[in-house]
Ligand binder design. Sequence first.
Ligand code: NAP
Ligand code: ZN
Ligand code: ZN
Length: 347
Amino acid sequence: MKTLAYAAQKAGAELATFSIDRREPSETDVVIDILFCGICHSDLHQLKDEWGGATFPMVPGHEIVGRVKHAGKAVTKFKTGDLVGVGCMVDSCRACRQCDEHHEQFCEKGCAYTYNGTAMDRTTRTFGGYSKQVVVTESFVLRIPDSLDPASAAPLLCAGVTTWSPLRQWGCKKGDRVGVVGLGGLGHMAVKLAASMGAEVTMLSTSTAKEADARRLGATEFAVTRDPNTFKRLAGTFDLLIDTISAEHDVAAHLGLLKPFGTMVLLGVPPKPSAIGAFSLIGGNKRLVGSLIGGIKETQEMLDYCGKHGIVSDVEVIAMKDANASFERMLKGDVRYRFVLDLSTLT
Ligand code: NAP
Ligand code: ZN
Ligand code: ZN
């Protein structure tokens, strides 16, 4: 099945139209007409091969929302016309302990990422949502609540679940002091979700430019990380820190902001490692942890929660021809707060 897509032919190359093959749908597959796809900073890291091992041609995109065009005979959860989503994974072994425990992202055989990866046959390459159609096995398709705007819901498939998962894992609750570091796609979802759980949210950003937005999104305090005084003023005040910064920064300095027994979660994946002295963790029994997206079950729980509470992403919907320019803006931190591609403009 030929599908029109936007692809980069090599690392650092601009995206341009490209024809890809999607598999013929099996009985358990869902064929989705893609309406919208969010642009995650991970798309940019991988397009530039900043993490190593990227494969080209690459069609990025793992924040996919669309309508079911066709559901295979054995599909039970979806029918033609349903509003559905696909996130960072399109399959896993579905038999190992991690899969049994709904942590498909840690499948012992290695999950099938939506793009820049392979299907479980480890041969067929995967292509993402910067394309007109995708074929996905029904177990990895998510229901999008009808109450949510499809374009604004797309970023929930990665930015939403990536921030939801650690907030739940680390027990974010009413009255907790949560600091969100970096106000981009992930950061703005972290602020919305933590505030909806009753936390007192402080936004830590590089400048004051986004202060009014941070307060509108639900933060009650705002601090500038380029001001060294911030690290003195807020030392020892947070139960939980959610670090979404995409570039090199001083992780150890941020650990100083935690209360004893506090937890700092790394979500951002800067290409270079960060140095952390043992004392910055030992002084106060602090935890420095990571978190990778979320499993399929918790992604559906997050979507249902967002449907119930009316939570979506703040998006700037753009045409395909503006995708390359949006990467430049993303690098400058000029995103309010997620670019979303309108696939009807891909012709
Ligand atoms: P984004 O929209 O570009 O936001 C990143 C934010 O980081 C910027 O808005 C900026 O916030 C801050 N920032 C950028 N450069 C900085 C610098 N040099 N120093 C300090 N702050 C800086 O990116 P995103 O899509 O939210 O993704 C963020 C990171 O998470 C990326 O590395 C991405 O690959 C990663 N990610 C991880 C997972 C996971 O599963 N763990 C999932 C998705 C994405 P301010 O303007 O407020 O300063
Ligand atoms: Zn992502
Ligand atoms: Zn598995």
